[in-house]
Design a protein around this ligand. Sequence first.
Ligand code: FES
Length: 122
Amino acid sequence: MRGVWQKLAAWLGGRTPTPQPSHRYTFPLAAFPDGQGTPLSVGGRRLAVFHLGERVFVIENSCSHNRSPLAGGTVSGTVVTCRTHRARFSLETGRAVGGPTRRPVRTYPVTVTEGRVVITVS
Ligand code: FES
């Protein structure tokens, strides 16, 4: 990790970027209905939490095309489709996989342990 910061500092002309602190937020898994997205605001971020069976994905709750909320999108497999203009995003990577934009959406690290969901936001 140190090498990455040194390369970034060199790229920035010697200025060293300040790593952003990360915060962990814990929720009961039951707070997120299975098979759909749920909007969530934590740490000043608008997130969309997708509880899909044994897996949980967290992405920003703002479509990269025109900022529509993605939590209410249609889920098929691990892809969510924005309701507004049908942009499609991988819940695993945030990559745009179809529709009117190629810009990705941000994903957030998440773990599920013993019925608790831990989301890391930085
Ligand atoms: S706002 Fe999501 S596709 Fe246009």
